[in-house]
Design a protein around this ligand. Structure first.
Ligand SMILES: Cc1cc2nc3c(=O)[nH]c(=O)nc-3n(C[C@H](O)[C@H](O)[C@H](O)COP(=O)(O)OP(=O)(O)OC[C@H]3O[C@@H](n4cnc5c(N)ncnc54)[C@H](O)[C@@H]3O)c2cc1C
Length: 263
């Protein structure tokens, strides 16, 4: 099986900083990391490779520092990384992002599967996987929990509205992977060292992709973020319950009853 996994470098949830003049996120090496939802896709890709053989390539579009997420993916068992990076990609909306990812993946030749996370944790649109499928004219299934190869077909399972759906699809196909699909692996120190020493990375610019400059970055975007304001967090209060064990339990029960949380 030849598997492509799309991974995005996102801002750490507690360090999201915006440039309010350009309405863009401020990215730096120390506030960015791999999109947690992509770890499930990586894990499934590596499991499929172990079961059926083949290769896994991780692809990311981002600034040069996003090579970090490719190295992390390789420490987790991915074979190669493809970094697609060019200043002209800056300001891309999801459509422009999907176009560039599609042009990059075409450079990798034939494949069976493109796996994406369900959504990023820093913009959360969940649009890139489905748009990438459209861009590459592929069938798509979202929020997949289980993948099995049966002859030339893939048997997939997903859960929707309390129903487990089972379906068959012929590769090549784009799948977004549910958080229920796998438990993300933890790389060993040796795996991390190998990934950083071997650095099995290929870097591509706009010119390498032979992409249309009018379809990338701000030029190619149909959406511009024109305003950003902070939504105040819900007020949270921490209270320590005093007294001995019995007294503490009694006070806690009273407080929970007052708030109608228990009868
Ligand atoms: C505050 C804010 C709001 C935004 N709102 C919109 C909006 O409403 N519409 C819009 O079009 N754009 C929007 N954008 C731009 C959007 O963040 C970018 O287009 C971004 O490149 C992808 O969107 P996402 O993070 O929502 O991806 P999602 O669609 O949530 O990501 C799903 C999956 O796609 C893959 N993926 C996503 N990006 C990459 C990448 N760069 N490289 C490799 N794989 C990737 C990953 O597997 C990921 O798990 C917004 C940006 C900001 C800062």
């Amino acid at each position: 099986m030849k598997i492509i996994v799309c991974v995005k470098q996102v801002l750490a949830a507690n360090q999201i900083k915006f440039d309010l003049k350009t309405n863009t996120m401020v990215r730096a090496a120390d506030n960015s990391y791999i999109n947690p939802n992509d770890l499930f896709a990586i894990q499934i890709a590596v499991q499929l490779k172990e079961r059926y053989g083949g290769t896994v390539t991780a692809v990311t579009m981002g600034p040069p520092i996003s090579e970090e997420v490719l190295l992390e993916a390789m420490a987790l068992g991915v074979d190669r990384g493809m970094l697609i990076s060019d200043r002209r990609f800056a300001g891309a909306d999801t459509l422009a992002t999907s176009y560039v990812l599609g042009m990059g993946i075409r450079k990798l030749g034939d494949f069976d599967l493109i796996l994406c996370g369900t959504e990023s944790t820093d913009s959360n649109t969940g649009q890139v996987g489905p748009q990438l499928a459209e861009e590459m004219d592929l069938p798509q299934v979202t929020r997949v929990e289980k993948i099995e190869k049966q002859g030339g077909m893939l048997r997939l399972e997903r859960v929707s509205d309390g129903l487990r759906e089972v379906m068959e699809v012929a590769p090549p196909v784009m799948l977004t992977i549910s958080r229920e699909a796998a438990f993300p692996g933890l790389p060993s120190l040796l795996d991390i060292q190998d990934a950083y020493v071997d650095k099995k990375l290929d870097c591509f610019t706009l010119d390498d992709l032979e992409a249309d400059e009018q379809k990338v970055g701000l030029n190619g975007s149909g959406i511009w973020v024109t305003g950003l304001t902070q939504v105040p967090n819900k007020q949270k209060r921490c209270e320590f319950v005093k007294g001995g064990f019995r007294q503490q339990v009694q006070t806690l029960m009273e407080k929970l009853r007052e708030k109608n949380l228990i009868d």
